[in-house]
Design a protein around this ligand. Structure first.
Ligand SMILES: *[C@@H]1O[C@H](CO)[C@@H](O)[C@H](O)[C@H]1NC(C)=O
Ligand SMILES: *[C@@H]1O[C@H](CO)[C@@H](O)[C@H](O)[C@H]1NC(C)=O
Ligand SMILES: *[C@@H]1O[C@H](CO)[C@@H](O)[C@H](O)[C@H]1NC(C)=O
Ligand SMILES: *[C@@H]1O[C@H](CO)[C@@H](O)[C@H](O)[C@H]1NC(C)=O
Ligand SMILES: *[C@@H]1O[C@H](CO)[C@@H](O)[C@H](O)[C@H]1NC(C)=O
Ligand SMILES: *[C@@H]1O[C@H](CO)[C@@H](O)[C@H](O)[C@H]1NC(C)=O
Ligand SMILES: *[C@@H]1O[C@H](CO)[C@@H](O)[C@H](O)[C@H]1NC(C)=O
Length: 626
């Protein structure tokens, strides 16, 4: 761009320009040769005074400054990616931030970091090396093989929060992990939490700790036999010691959510076997049809038999048991910067039919519902679960990637629903699931309109749909990047009459915060930060325990009756995704946009970031390396 302009300029201007460039270059060289720490740390928002109480090293600031004499040495976390690919940029172009707002935002970010440290300290004190800490009884719990799920899931977050000492303190413990246990291991959970955790930490720590890659490789070796089925679809539960499965049934989410990690492992080790397994599953899913129990293209049902390779039911869902399979089609496409069109096509097919069949609206409200759908009888259910709340983030990224502005509007509508479920309860936390029965099929022409609105609009909404759709969507130019310190969110509207909560627990889940983070980074709309802050405050109030954080029993507890009984409402459970995802997405929601940018990283479904690159996938599958 710059060069092509220069060519058109007259000779005199060229000389002036040349002189200017030379001066700028000299200036840069000067800075490179004589770095001024104060100058550089201004551009390094992570170097603010650390409130890291666990961290005993006092000289963190100077240390960072010394390590950053040149831009090349800047941490891998920074930057906006290369844009070498043809894919559109995802992140919003944030304008310069006023200094008062920076201080305001950084305070929030530090508070979130302190919360992470509080939880980590509890785990470290009472349960280090175990999968989880029980946050009320302070006893350990081992649902994931006992390999230290919380410890591994925390690594990438520690690197992002610059808790380097804590990160380094975990590294020696990795040698002790023995994957060959006589236990039924979930292939899916092991992949997203452990494999994803190792690989992301390996990349984020600049590939300096080989043990991380070795452990990933070792774990994947233990899991590989689970893939030896006629369909190539892996078993759900696998015993690494006895080398046998539990049964032949698995879920679409479990076979469709190992691809990113297995691809990354082949990319990093040069061993093609993992990528081949992942690609075989993708090809299998891509080629399924009616004869496999697939009634609608792209809307995969839930339960699948790995021996026969057929679906056992017809219910398709973007919530529990289906969710991340759809997420991964898009993320595989983005991870490789669009190198393999197949993944993008599979994503588009699923989303097209999701919009056509599954999406529902609540009359008179700006709420959208995405409940499970029976693809055989074409009937919908009324319930939606919190796990579904990753969908807004996915749709928003897909919307930019494939130029589908409507998907961004749907993302916003769905996210309003997810946030609504937090804001409408007495604790400010969302239930696990909710039901709204008076919904109708999504129709962009009538969405968010009352009967009154519709009466007024009657004249045009039967006209050519395309014209109207264009009117609806072009008005939504994203332009909200405000830096308002006393931002006021609108009051929450009264409950739709048919709303009730199915499962009233809040399990410390991240999905809504994940979507808030992505929508914030993509639209610049400060509203999403404010929603996230409300949620964070509710977590602090209701979930915090003496040693860590706890899930809660009833998000809609009667405050008059049980006002002070916070502990009674807590459950003795803290899943590792609190550290991997919930705190990480909150922290990033309040971080400068050049830290872990969506244009440079793709998050696995456990929020472990992988660097996006241009891949030569066929080379990697052939074992010819990167
Ligand atoms: C829904 O309609 C209200 C009132 O017209 C408007 O303020 C709001 O932004 C709309 N919400 C969405 C998601 O379109
Ligand atoms: C407009 O959309 C509605 C609902 O999606 C459909 O029933 C109707 O046939 C469409 N009208 C035209 C003119 O395409
Ligand atoms: C509506 O938008 C689409 C895509 O942006 C464009 O191809 C089409 O011509 C537009 N239609 C009208 C009537 O403006
Ligand atoms: C963006 O916002 C500014 C200030 O509110 C306004 O002046 C400008 O016209 C807006 N741009 C667009 C494209 O809406
Ligand atoms: C209040 O707490 C008691 C136990 O202390 C519980 O049994 C009861 O269901 C709670 N009431 C409400 C309205 O949540
Ligand atoms: C909450 O508890 C108070 C006191 O026990 C009771 O008067 C009130 O009706 C309860 N509210 C609801 C919504 O159940
Ligand atoms: C990918 O690598 C293969 C060799 O395995 C080569 O033939 C092909 O040209 C490469 N593709 C691209 C796009 O570089």
């Amino acid at each position: 761009m710059f060069l092509s302009y220069a060519i058109k300029l007259s000779k005199r201007w060229k000389i002036i320009l040349f002189t200017l460039c030379a001066l700028i270059l000299l200036g840069h060289l000067w800075i490179l040769a004589y770095p001024r720490p104060s100058l550089i740390s201004n551009h390094n928002p992570n170097s603010l005074p650390p409130m890291d109480k666990v961290n005993k090293e006092e000289n963190v600031i100077t240390q960072i400054e010394e390590e950053l004499p040149t831009p090349e040495k800047k941490s891998i976390l920074f930057g906006f990616g290369g844009f070498l690919s043809k894919l559109p940029k995802l992140q919003y172009d944030f304008g310069p931030e006023p200094i008062e707002f920076t201080e305001f935002r950084e305070k929030r970010r530090e508070a979130i970091k302190k919360s992470f440290i509080h939880g980590w300290k509890g785990y470290k004190t009472y349960a280090l090396g175990h999968d989880e800490l029980r946050p009320l009884s302070n006893k350990p719990k081992n649902p994931f093989g006992g390999w230290g799920a919380t410890m591994i899931d925390s690594l990438s977050t520690m690197l992002i929060m610059e808790l380097t000492d804590e990160f380094l303190s975990v590294i020696p413990r990795l040698h002790k992990i023995n994957f060959k246990v006589d236990e039924e291991i979930s292939v899916f959970e092991s992949t997203i939490r452990y494999l994803g955790g190792f690989l992301s930490a390996y990349e984020l720590s600049d590939r300096k700790h080989d043990i991380l890659l070795q452990k990933a490789n070792k774990l994947a070796q233990e899991l590989l036999p689970a893939f030896d089925t006629p369909s190539g679809l892996p078993h759900h539960l696998w015993n690494p010691l006895k080398n046998k499965p539990n049964n032949d049934e698995t879920l679409i989410a479990e076979v469709g959510t190992i691809q990113l990690e297995f691809m990354m492992l082949s990319q990093l080790t040069g061993n093609p076997i993992y990528g081949q397994k992942a690609q075989a599953i993708t090809d299998y899913l891509d080629n399924m049809g009616y004869e496999h129990g697939l009634y609608i293209q792209g809307l995969f049902p839930t339960v699948i038999n790995v021996q026969r390779g057929h679906f056992k039911d017809a219910i398709s869902t973007f919530g529990a048991m289906g969710d991340s399979a759809f997420e991964y089609f898009l993320k595989e496409y983005l991870l490789m910067n669009g190198a393999v069109p197949q993944y993008g096509q599979m994503y588009i097919r699923s989303i097209k039919n999701m919009k056509k069949y599954m999406l529902r609206q609540v009359p008179g409200y700006d709420l959208l519902m995405l409940p499970p759908f029976d693809t055989q009888y074409k009937t919908h259910r009324d319930a939606m679960d919190h796990l579904t709340c990753f969908v807004p983030g996915m749709l928003a990224m897909g919307s930019k990637t494939f130029n589908e502005p409507e998907d961004m509007e749907i993302a916003k509508g769905l996210l309003e629903t997810c946030v609504y479920m937090y804001r409408i309860t007495s604790t400010g936390l969302s239930p696990e699931s909710w039901v709204i029965s008076n919904t109708e099929s999504y129709n962009p022409l009538t969405f968010n309109k009352t009967k009154n609105d519709l009466a007024k609009l009657r004249d045009w909404w039967y006209e050519d749909n395309k014209t109207v759709i264009n009117q609806t969507y072009t008005s939504q130019e994203e332009n909200k990047s405000g830096y308002v310190i006393d931002y006021e969110l609108p009051l929450v509207r009264e409950r739709p009459r048919s709303l009730y909560f199915g499962d009233k627990r809040y399990m410390l889940r991240p999905e809504t915060i994940e979507s808030l983070f992505i929508l914030y980074r993509m639209t610049g709309d400060q509203k999403y930060q404010e929603y996230g802050w409300e949620i964070y405050k509710a977590i602090e109030k209701w979930c915090k325990t003496k040693s860590a954080y706890a899930a809660i029993r009833n998000v809609d507890v009667n405050l008059t009756a049980n006002n002070t009984n916070i502990e009674f409402n807590q459950i003795d459970s803290m899943e590792s995704f609190l550290f991997a995802e919930t705190f990480k997405y909150l922290y990033l929601l309040f971080s400068p946009p050049e830290i872990v940018s969506l244009d440079k990283f793709i998050f696995n479904t456990e929020a472990h970031p992988f660097v996006r690159k241009q891949w030569n996938w066929s080379r990697i599958l052939k074992g010819e390396g990167e």
